[in-house]
Design a binder for this molecule. Structure first.
Ligand SMILES: [Zn+2]
Length: 390
């Protein structure tokens, strides 16, 4: 696997160095040297195929030594070192490359970007930050340097700087980063909320809405602020607006929304709302919420009838578990033992299940994240719809 990857990486280098070798051979080197170089090259390739990377690197280093001017060979080698985790070697190589006199500005920028990535890989984020900031200031390859800087500020949770640089990126590329910037404002609002600064949190949310008027996260946070202030009527408005903004987030929104309905004694409104989303949303969460509502208001029989009729239309392990729980009290003896086994089995079935998945990289998660822990994209983690999930 690694050999194949490295091979793919070095094939372009093969052409470059092969071409260079041929050219320089004609111009100023003897034929003997050419054959020595190409035999070196194939020996290196052979080592790679046999996963003898150390020997391969030795050979390619020698090639790079012969062809001092082929910056591409050095860049490919540096990349190889970094991917292998030999970050120190990658850093030394790229630093050497950057300090080389006569290097064109374009190549120097490429080498600096590589060096910045080495620093990030080595965890030297402050050095990476300085380097990328210098590149942005020089206006060279700025979009790519800006993206790295934004990644660094996200990692450091420095949301103000992340916003500032995302705006610069927007201005420079003309691409729309409003969704990402709205998430950064939501992060700031969340931080303020955790410190009890609700007024600041509301101001950040206002900014988030200015970027993205239908930000589901901003609606949810608004609801949470109202609920924490005891204003459940307004919390309900915000949570219902969150569902309208993106119905996929129903499993996240329902628990706090139901709490606010209950606190403000608006269970009729709750029933109307749940009935309404039942028509438009095909997951199991609203069914389970309505079952509980009927259980409390109309008793066990109505709840079980409703749940069984729904389960015929949307088969669900979580629905089955709710049905077992609701029926448990009515059975005795051996039947009860069987029910206990069934409940245990369904619980085990749900245990290892990922409930959410990133639509971009496929990362599976048990809990919801606004930013994918794997590919770092925003708003790509969504509930999985299936018999054993939502
Ligand atoms: Zn992802």
């Amino acid at each position: 696997m690694i050999a194949l990857y490295v091979l793919a990486l070095l094939i372009p280098v093969a052409f470059v160095s092969g071409w260079w070798t041929a050219r320089s051979a004609g111009a100023k080197r003897s034929g003997a040297q050419v054959s020595e170089l190409s035999s070196d090259y194939f020996r290196g390739l052979n080592y790679l195929l046999n996963e003898e990377q150390d020997k391969a690197i030795e050979v390619f280093l020698r090639l790079a030594e012969y062809n001092r001017d082929t910056v591409e060979t050095h860049l490919a080698l540096g990349n190889l070192f970094r991917r292998r985790g030999e970050v120190d070697r990658a850093i030394r190589l790229h630093q050497h490359l950057v300090s080389r006199p006569g290097l064109s500005d374009a190549m120097k920028t490429v080498a600096l970007l590589e060096l910045g990535e080495d620093y990030m890989r080595a965890g030297l984020l402050d050095r990476a930050e300085t380097l990328f900031s210098d590149l942005v200031a020089m206006d060279a390859h700025a979009p790519s340097a800006l993206r790295h800087l934004i990644a660094i500020y996200q990692h450091e949770r420095d949301w103000h700087k992340a916003i500032e640089h995302a705006r610069r990126l927007e201005a420079m590329t003309g691409e729309d980063e409003a969704g990402m910037i709205a998430q950064f404002y939501c992060e700031l609002a969340e931080q303020a909320r955790q410190h009890g600064a609700h007024q600041d949190a509301r101001e950040y949310l206002r900014q988030a809405f200015a970027c993205q008027p239908d930000s589901v996260r901003a609606f949810m946070l608004t609801g949470r602020l109202y609920a924490e202030d005891g204003e459940h009527g307004q919390a309900i408005d915000a949570y219902e607006a969150a569902v309208e903004a993106d119905i996929a987030f129903v499993p996240e929104i329902l628990p706090p929304l139901l709490n606010s309905y209950a606190r403000s004694q608006q269970m009729e409104r709750a029933e109307r709302f749940l009935r309404d989303i039942l028509e438009r949303y095909h997951g199991i969460s609203p069914v389970l919420a309505l079952t509980r509502l009927y259980q409390q208001r109309d008793g066990e029989r109505t709840a079980i009838d409703f749940l069984t009729s729904q389960l015929r239309q949307r088969p669900s392990v979580r629905g089955l578990m709710a049905l077992i729980d609701a029926t448990m009290d009515k059975v005795e003896g051996e039947a009860r033992e069987n029910f206990l086994i069934l409940r245990d089995l369904t619980r085990k079935l749900l245990e290892g299940q990922a409930m959410y998945r990133c639509s971009r990289c496929g990362f599976g998660a048990k809990a919801h994240h606004w930013q994918c822990p794997s590919c770092k994209s925003w708003s790509t983690i969504r509930p999985i719809h299936g018999v054993a999930n939502e």
